[in-house]
Design a protein around this ligand. Structure first.
Ligand code: MG
Ligand code: MG
Length: 258
């Protein structure tokens, strides 16, 4: 069942989202060669808990050990923070985080560049960001969930990159994973109708090579099957009469909508 949120509820959700936006701003200067993914995770947990009542959602969710999912290069999602995994110049790292505040969830991810990255990586990150922007712009009343996936496709088409097909976005609210599923491929007009008050985590995952993924031996990390680079960008977005409202953007920030 798809739950609709009132404007006051969206305002509450924006508060958990603002903590995530602030966290990502903090992480920008901390993502650098030599730092371990556990260092980033420890910082993130402390930062989140420093906000009254805020808790990291992923820690313990289905048994996941970290506050952050830290997925490097060919890793797509669900990388486990580790003291021995250190970032190197030229890496890209996708960081995914959920925060719950006063019962309401936010979910967001961003791919960061570590030092000087290669041309493929730079283009991949740019295409992934742009596909998220385009998908967010499709999150308006009267559109359907299929319009969102179609928007992602329209950006990725012709780049030579591939959309990870087996992982999807989702509704967000009191639970971090709610209905509906939000695939990154779709046809306009198909899938559930978008209505005012729906809140969706839109999260394109794009690979330089194959869309196929595999789970590593840690039973969490999902990698591309051909070990090609992969990027992941996600925002929690409300469908409103005034247009898409990005709940995980910094307060007062003007969303970049094409
Ligand atoms: Mg996420
Ligand atoms: Mg998500």
């Amino acid at each position: 069942m798809i739950e609709l949120k009132s404007t006051p509820e969206l305002d509450q959700m924006a508060k958990s989202g603002a903590i995530i936006a602030a966290l990502f701003t903090e992480l920008e200067s901390r993502v650098e060669p030599g730092v371990s993914t556990l260092d980033l995770d420890t910082f993130a947990e402390t930062f989140i808990r420093s906000h009254d009542g805020a808790v990291p959602i992923f820690k313990g969710l289905y048994g996941f050990p970290g506050t952050l999912c830290t997925s490097i290069n060919e890793e797509v999602v669900h990388g486990i923070p580790s003291a021995t995994r250190r970032l190197a110049d030229g890496d890209i790292i996708s960081i995914d985080v959920g925060v719950k505040l006063d019962g309401w969830c936010g979910d967001s991810a961003r791919t960061f560049e570590v030092g000087d990255i290669g041309e493929d990586a730079r283009r991949l990150v740019e295409v992934t960001r742009r596909s998220l922007d385009r998908a967010i712009a499709a999150a308006v009343p009267g559109n359907h969930v299929g319009d969102i996936g179609h928007a992602v496709e329209s950006v990725v088409e012709g780049t030579g990159f591939n959309i990870i097909r087996d992982l999807v976005g989702h509704g967000v609210g009191r639970q971090v994973h709610e209905d509906p599923q939000v695939p990154n491929l779709g046809r306009p007009g198909e899938g559930p109708l978008l209505r005012e008050g729906m809140v969706l985590a839109i999260e394109p995952m794009i690979a330089v090579g194959t869309w196929r993924i595999r789970t590593l031996s840690d039973r969490w990390t999902m990698s591309t099957s051909d070990d090609s680079l992969s990027a992941h960008c996600e925002h929690t977005v409300a469908v409103t009469a005034e247009g898409p409202r990005i709940l995980t953007a910094s307060e007062g920030a003007v969303p970049s909508i094409p």
